[in-house]
Design a protein around this ligand. Structure first.
Ligand code: GLA
Length: 608
């Protein structure tokens, strides 16, 4: 069957991204080898059904997946239109981690290699808490809900939670590399990828990016996803790939089916979303799915060819038009790069550490907090690179501004790098919930923000939680009267140790009048600390002057209009303008030319 499909695609000159087909376990395999199926956090062992739910440690799954990848590679390597290999599918999506006995055993070996002795493990995890001290490796139990797990995200022993996530990430990544290496035995050239999912929590995508020839990802914004959040996800995926162009592996040409409510895409919207990806560094634009299924739970998912089975639909026509627009530009655009002078840190272990906290609030969702700091840059069309917190100091020094939102886990070397970066003239922006844990997820004693305390010139003595329906007033004028903004989620109660106040808490609480945001001059640079999760206007009010002072170029445009640039080796500069909103607007370019922008309009300008 696959042969005939490949033949048809070749005949019509379709490029082929060939998948290995290992993401859904067939019935016969689940029946014959039940151990290939995953065991959930509540101990339920999966039976046949669903997908993405194999045990990543299962030797049987691994060998069978390897064999299938190998057979597919053997058969199709060298195929005329084959341009990329796609291993498995959306690792971890919907399936969660596995907590079976095989994983538990592998986890114990993994810990033994990492810590060497149970005594070291007891120290690293602070196991004297609630008499958890263990005496034998076999005492280690994965963070199941009938053990130390509190739901899927939190755990009595937070080091256990973070280490289990690290371990499962490695197991899943090993499944990828096993298939990748099987393909490489036959095909030494064609790029190999797997489709990632933006800010998906369970896998540390930076570690995946290092194993992939090209990063690809699936973009499925919901009804209320802000365009700046989508932009951040594209930048993150580009960052995971080391800054190289990425592939937009999946998006839907019309509505999704799996949100509670799925709007159809408005005229022009699919073009807007596709070009936004290109603007942020995508070199391909693909869709799930070509043809709409008549059965299964995805039968109401959008497709290029719908249930009408014709080329007359609005969706079909829009995709066709998009295809020819892209075709016109593809040769020039492909390979061109985004250049950024601002970096925002995104770190998966930090994600796990922050959301794994039991207290002081359950209101912190890491990607949203990173986005809160990203958005002021997006609003002014400042290109941003997303980087790991452990980025080398030489990498940091390439940026005028480095932002470290909710950097709760400060891994070895990170504080020194940040200090050197600031001393040498850099601007660091960090804030609430930063500088609390070490790499074992233990609190660094001696006052928050721990290793960042001297750099930031302050002590966060207490962290107040703000109720979901409440806000705290923040006076943006510092000690003078100024504009006001709302703080949310948490308020850091700050004692100054050299920093200057940029904003103060209002209201009448006991810490009214104290610093809510600060700046500390260190060497030739500055460290900014934003003590509470400010609203959109408040974040911009604090970050705009930092951008202005840094000299990073900005581009004026109405709020919903995004202007991004890609730079080709031959000197061509592409300016991609997208009206991300559904209302007509206009934009005056830097030469003073006025452009009318219809809802979701896209303009691609060059310097030629
Ligand atoms: C994911 C999967 C696809 C499909 C889509 C539906 O991205 O990879 O197989 O299920 O979701 O949105």
């Amino acid at each position: 069957m696959l042969d005939s499909i490949v033949e048809l695609l070749n005949k019509h000159d379709f490029k082929i991204v060939m998948a290995t087909g290992t993401a859904a376990i067939p019935a016969w395999m689940a029946r014959r080898y039940p151990q290939v199926m995953r065991t959930g956090v509540d101990g339920t062992h999966q039976i046949f059904g669903g997908r993405h739910n194999f045990c990543p440690s299962s030797p049987k799954f691994r060998s069978a997946a390897r064999a299938l990848a190998s057979r597919v590679a053997q058969r199709y390597t060298g195929e005329k239109n084959l341009v990329c290999w796609h291993v498995n599918n959306e690792y971890g999506n919907g399936g969660g981690y596995c907590y079976c006995d095989t994983c538990a055993q592998e986890f114990r070996h993994w810990l033994e290699r990492k810590y060497g002795s149970v005594e070291a493990l007891n120290r690293a995890w602070c196991m004297n808490f609630w008499s958890h001290t263990i005496h034998d490796w076999s005492d280690v139990v994965p963070p199941v809900t009938y053990g130390d797990g509190i739901g899927t995200d939190k755990c009595v022993i937070s080091g256990l939670q973070v280490d289990y996530r690290r371990f499962q990430n490695e197991q899943m990544l090993a499944c990828y590399t096993i298939e990748r290496d099987a393909i490489r035995e036959f095909d030494t050239e064609t790029p190999i990828t797997t489709n990632l999912m933006g800010t998906f929590k369970d896998l540390d995508y930076f570690s995946w990016g290092r194993e992939m020839d090209v990063v690809s990802w699936d973009n499925y914004p919901g009804m209320d996803t802000q365009p700046s959040f989508t932009a951040m996800c594209h930048d993150l995926m580009r960052g995971v790939g080391g800054g190289k162009p990425f592939m937009l592996m999946e998006q839907t040409p019309n509505q999704q089916n799996w949100f509670p409510y799925c709007k159809v895409k408005r005229p022009g919207e699919v073009g807007k979303l596709s070009w936004q990806a290109v603007a942020h560094g995508a070199d391909t634009v693909q869709f799930f799915q070509l043809k709409q299924s008549i059965g299964g739970c995805e039968r109401f998912h959008g497709a290029v060819i719908g249930h009408d089975n014709s080329d007359r639909s609005r969706t079909y026509r829009e995709v066709r038009a998009l295809g020819s627009d892209l075709q016109d530009r593809a040769k020039q655009l492909m390979g061109s790069r985004v250049k950024a002078r601002v970096a925002v840190m995104f770190d998966w272990e930090n994600y796990w550490s922050l959301e794994g906290c039991v207290g002081p609030t359950q209101g912190l969702h890491y990607p949203d907090e990173v986005h809160r700091f990203y958005r002021p840059f997006w609003k002014r069309n400042v290109a941003v690179d997303m980087i790991e917190s452990t980025a080398d100091v030489d990498v940091l020094k390439q940026y005028d501004i480095v932002v470290a939102p909710t950097l709760i886990m400060v891994k070895p070397g990170v504080a020194d790098n940040l200090e050197e970066y600031v001393r040498s003239g850099g601007r660091l922006v960090t804030g609430y919930m930063s500088g609390i844990h070490n790499e074992f997820d233990l609190v660094i004693p001696g006052g928050y923000p721990g290793p960042l305390r001297e750099l930031c010139g302050l002590w966060v003595e207490e962290i107040d939680a703000i109720a979901p329906d409440a806000t705290i007033d923040v006076n943006l004028g510092g000690e003078e009267a100024g504009d006001h903004a709302d703080g949310t989620i948490v308020a850091s109660i700050i004692e100054l140790e050299g920093a200057q106040t940029l904003a103060t808490y209002g209201g009448d609480d006991f810490y009214a009048g104290t610093a809510a945001a600060t700046v500390h001059e260190v060497g030739d640079g500055k460290a900014y600390f934003i003590g509470t999760a400010l609203d959109d206007a408040g974040m911009s009010a604090l970050i705009d002057p930092i951008i202005d002072e840094s000299g990073v170029p900005t581009i004026d445009a109405p709020e919903n209009v995004e202007v991004m640039r890609r730079y080709a080796d031959d000197g061509t500069v592409f300016t991609i303008v997208t009206n991300t909103g559904d209302e007509a607007t206009e934009w005056t370019d830097e030469q003073g030319v006025l452009h009318q922008l219809n809802p979701f309009a896209v303009l691609v300008l060059t310097n030629e």
